[in-house]
Each structure stands twice: as structure tokens, then as C-alpha cells.
Design a protein around this ligand. Sequence first.
Ligand code: AMP
Length: 279
Amino acid sequence: MQLFQKIEELQKFVLTHKTQSRRVGFVPTMGYLHEGHLALVREAKRKSDIVIASIFVNPTQFAANEDLSRYPRDEAGDLKKLDEAACDAVFLPSPEEMYPKNFQSKVSLIEITQGLCGAHRPGHFDGVATVVLKLFNITQADLALFGEKDFQQLAVIRQMVKDLNLPIEIVGYPTQRSPEGLALSSRNSYLSEEEKKQALALSRCIKELQEAVQKGEKNVSTLLTLGRKIIEQVPEIKIEYLEIVDANSLKPIAKIESEARVLIAVKLGKTRLIDNGPL
Ligand code: AMP
């Protein structure tokens, strides 16, 4: 596995493979890797000839009051895991490499970033879209893998690729969970053992809503009341939002008809957790 810190060096590596008509798969991450990330790498490997992963804690997607400075990091552990997952190259740029002095551009999506996490994290998706577009351009990837765990992020990237005619295929991958159901996340490392048990209310809520829909409940406001009740059984959890939306537009719906999705964001102590599932 090869490591690159400089854009130019990675571009040379990519060019060598591209001239040999190799399909390049890409998995962008912020590091502190877990099975969710590694599942994306393995899937990218199945779908392409060469896999590049990036590890970059992107400062522009964190607001001033968020956890940028304490975001967990473990470069040595991450590199070992990526190597074992048969990743071919890792891009580890510094913030200065990605945002040199006098950097001025921003990618901003208008509608799909309005609600859900976008409403609670102003500027977050501008930071995400900008860095992902840069990474797509740097890696020249044919295919990029994103987790459904960050469902709005996946929708934002799909929209950007469509709007800007980017020559890349976006593949979404199902959320990987602990055996108990907790969606794997680097931020779970902030949680105590007790909080990890409390956080299971999110996946329990999704599961119970899925069961209610299967039994015939189609009314979204009834479902949301049920969902809130399940989460409120754990008083330590503060709901940021609990919404049921159209899975493509991410707009709120009143009735479950076609593809619907429940999305949840909460605070548990100082830790912000998100989860979602199909209904
Ligand atoms: P992050 O390092 O949190 O920015 O995540 C990097 C990529 O891994 C994103 O596409 C995430 O959606 C994806 N990801 C994170 N957690 C999971 C998970 N539990 N299951 C599947 N994909 C995930």
C-alpha cells in the first residue's frame, strides 16, 4: 500500500494506472477507521482495479462550536487496517495541502442541504461538497463509495455529481452496525459503555417504525409520535430531529407511499449521533 501526502505525487500514481485503463475506486474518510469504513474499501475493491482511500479531517465542514480539535485520530491503526483490507493507496493531505493560502472557492447546494443536518449544522455541507469535489478531481476516480449512515451526505454528493456532470459513479453502501444494532461511527469512541447502551434507542426506534409500517401504519405523524416515544424512554438523549422524508428528495412527507426514510439526529451528553433507515 502506498502513502501520499502531496497532491502532485498522488496524481502521478493515478496517471500511471489510468494510462493502463485501470478503474479507480475511491473511499473518502476522516479516519479513526472502523468496520463501516473497511466495508466500503472492500466493496470498492470488488468494483474497481485500484482503490484509493483518503484520511482527512476536513476543517471546513466543522462549525466553530463542533468537535474538530478533539476528533479522534489514529493514523498508525488506520494504515494497518487499510493495508489488511487490500487498499492500494492512501491519501493523507495536510490542511495546508488542501487549502493553501488564498483558497477562495466553495461548492454550495441550494435545496438538498436545507433540512435535517443542514439545518442544524450551517455550512457543513458546503464544506463536505467542496472537499469531496476537490478529492474527486485529485483522484480522478471512476467510482466513489459512500455510506448510507450519512444519508443526507450521500444525497448531497449524488446531486452535486448530477448538477456538475462529474464523470464519476457514486455507490451507496448499507450502514454497518454493532451486533446490538448501534451504527458504527468514529464518534462512538466518545461514548461510555453506559451511553453505548443508551444509544441503542436510535436503532430500536428505526426497527420499531419499520415494523409499524409493515403492519400497515402509513400516517407519518402517528409514526413520528411513536418514534419520539421510543427515544424519549432514554432521558439522557436529546432529540435534534426525527423526520420521515422522501428517500430521494429528502423532503418531508405526510404518508408512506413510495420510498421513505426515517432520519434521526440526537445529542447524548456532548456527542452528536445520527442514524437512519428505510421505511
Ligand atoms: P467519516 O470518516 O465518518 O467521514 O465516514 C467516511 C465514509 O464512511 C462515509 O461515506 C460514511 O458514510 C461511511 N461510514 C461511516 N460509518 C459507516 C457505517 N457504520 N456503515 C457504513 N458506512 C459508514
